[in-house]
Write a protein that binds this ligand. Structure first.
Ligand code: PLP
Ligand code: NAG
Ligand code: NAG
Length: 567
């Protein structure tokens, strides 16, 4: 009996004992058949997995995957060697200490409130403290020095939002009978956003606390739909590698296997044939970005839509960043590509009202082609002792004040306000793009990634360390975003940035020339790359990029999160 030696000893003994009587023989035979069936099922399952792996990633791709995974494991073992481990730990601790010194103010003049004041403070005391907190030294978003982050920041709108908050401070949409106005505003926000995205009859949506929650909900809904309608228990989704990391979060939270598809030069759009190849019976969702965060590139949504429609799969378009810009590109006179519900394969869209919708932070929407998709994100508990409970998304109680702030922003701006903003913002992006493409001081060393159509422009360098340029810009008070694989930086243009685009270009020219000069000197003096003193970005990403196993980066990032909660 081949393989019987694999049975646990106790089981094998019962098995042998039973063989002696005729009845025992029958049982043994049945057990044998059962065992063979299970073995065949097991074999089938793994053959199927292997088949889909090979089909999805190809033989070369699969070998590459195995190679990367072995390198990662071996490097992990190396990191755990006694000598290496202590050294790495010391350096990680040191970096975290440095970070803490930067983020957590300390020294004699600093007061900390780590317990409730025994007696409440006076109104004036609180106001004074709040003013001090607001005035803490920071990167000047007010002067347009930050990429992304603050999308509007205009005084008039800020004041209106604050007033809207004030009127609805106590409200909570979980009680629609108590706060009917909040319910009405929330429904209207979703309807207004739907109308921007070519929504067909029957389209619907919900509002959420931000892009991440919108994306989590879209993934959850796709997973639940596939489970209930197709019995998929090992869900998988296919993402462009540039898709927002919230999809990977959804993968971890909801146990959905994530397949990443390369977005290669020169277009940096998701490679459609690879997407098709990765589809298998476990696939629950395809994803495209309009545009993606790293490079500001809009994937080929028409192509994805065709695949999704043909294979009868949901397709989510992440328009969190594109929000109120992408739907209005054509009206603002810019190049546009189809990306919304008018493409019949698109089944859900996330749109952040708190990005280019200029709503206060903490607001986004997720839209669905029909209730057949939305219903799967609802949570309903009919038999809780606290009563029948139903909530649309992750949160239970929610701030009605934010809904009022969001609604007020949308109706205050109106379509013309958003078209005007689109003009300014996309115009600002194009100004930076053409400077980098056309100014010889920049174009000699910097290269634009793909063909950006919206607000983000990303660039890399084949000749200089792009992170040195990021650090150089930081020294001049700019906060640009560092990107990896490939090393690059991007600028997300916002209304505050529009005001200072010329200054930004001027500084970028100066910084690039400085880095070029340093590089020339370094080479002429024959120093190795290690000779140069590196800034923070260059130090982190320069090292991180070359590591086969990023556990050190994970430790650093964890330290960073811990630091956020140090009083
Ligand atoms: C900002 C962004 C999101 C969501 O981010 P939140 O910070 O959770 O609002 C999702 N996708 C893209 C492309 C984004 O830029
Ligand atoms: C990476 O290294 C860490 C630390 O040595 C280890 O715990 C982890 O398992 C490694 N990761 C992989 C995928 O091998
Ligand atoms: C605004 O934000 C809150 C919480 O962040 C959320 O619960 C609500 O649904 C959002 N409303 C709108 C209209 O986006």
């Amino acid at each position: 009996m081949p393989g019987s030696s694999r049975l646990p000893v106790s089981l094998r003994d019962t098995f042998n004992a039973r063989k002696s009587s005729p009845k025992g023989q029958l049982i043994a035979l049945n057990l044998d058949v059962l065992r063979n069936i299970i073995f065949i099922l097991f074999l089938l399952r793994w053959t199927r997995r292997l088949y889909y792996q090979l089909k999805g990633r190809g033989i070369i791709g699969s070998v590459a995957d195995v190679y990367i995974s072995i390198r990662r494991t071996l490097y992990g073992v190396f990191l755990r060697l006694p000598g290496v481990r202590t050294k790495v730990q010391t350096q990680v601790t040191e970096s975290i200490m440095k970070l803490e010194m930067k983020l957590v103010p300390s020294g004699p003049g600093i007061t900390r409130t780590t317990r409730l004041p025994a007696e409440g403070w006076s109104q004036e005391q609180v106001m004074k403290a709040l003013n001090d907190l607001e005035g803490m030294e920071h990167t000047r978003w007010e002067d347009g020095r930050v990429s992304g982050a603050v999308y509007h920041g205009g005084d008039e709108l800020l004041k209106l939002q604050t007033e809207a908050f004030g009127k609805f401070t106590v409200s909570n949409p979980i009680h629609p009978d108590v706060f009917p106005g909040v319910r009405k505003m929330e429904a209207e926000v979703v309807a207004m956003v739907l109308s921007l995205f070519g929504a067909p009859d029957g389209a619907c949506g919900v509002s959420t606390s931000g892009g991440t929650e919108s994306i989590l909900m879209a993934c959850l809904s796709a997973r639940q739909k596939a489970y209930h309608e197709r019995g998929v228990t090992e869900p998988e989704m296919i993402l462009p590698e540039t898709a927002h990391t919230a999809f990977r979060k959804a993968g971890e939270y909801f146990k959905i296997k994530v397949h990443l598809v390369a977005c290669k030069a020169p277009h940096y759009k998701v490679h459609l044939p690879s997407v098709s190849r990765l589809i298998n019976p476990n696939t629950i969702l395809l994803v495209g970005s309009a545009p993606n965060f790293p490079h500001g590139i809009i994937d080929d949504i028409s192509g994805l839509s065709k695949i999704a429609h043909k294979r009868k799969l949901p397709l989510h378009v992440d328009c969190c960043l594109g929000s109120f810009l992408v739907p209005l590109l054509a009206k603002a006179g810019f190049d546009a590509e189809p990306f919304d519900f008018r493409l019949k394969g698109v089944t859900s869209i996330s749109c952040d009202t708190h990005k280019y919708g200029f709503a206060p932070k903490g607001n986004s929407t997720v839209l669905y082609r029909s209730d057949e998709y939305r219903k799967y994100q609802y949570f309903i508990s009919p038999d809780w002792s606290g009563g029948v409970y139903a909530s649309p998304s992750i949160a239970g109680s929610r701030p009605g004040a934010l809904i009022a702030g969001c609604w007020a922003s949308l109706v205050k701006q109106g379509e013309s306000g958003y078209i005007d903003a689109c003009h300014k913002i996309v115009g600002g992006m194009k100004k930076i793009e053409s400077a980098i493409r056309e100014k010889p001081e920049l174009s000699a060393d910097l290269k634009i990634i793909g063909k950006p159509l919206v607000s983000v422009v990303a660039f890399l360098s084949n000749t200089l360390d792009i992170y040195d340029i990021a650090d150089g810009m930081s020294d001049k008070g700019w906060h640009l975003n560092a990107l990896q694989s490939p090393p690059a930086i991007h600028i997300a243009v916002t209304l505050p940035v529009v005001q200072v685009v010329d200054k930004l270009i001027e500084d970028l020219v100066e910084v690039t020339e400085g880095v070029r000069e340093r590089e020339r000197k370094r080479i002429s003096e024959g120093k190795g790359a290690k000779g140069a003193v590196k800034g923070d970005t260059a130090a982190l990403y320069g090292v991180a990029g070359s590591l086969p196993n990023k556990s050190v980066v994970v430790d650093l990032a964890k330290g960073f999160l811990d630091t956020l909660y140090k009083a």
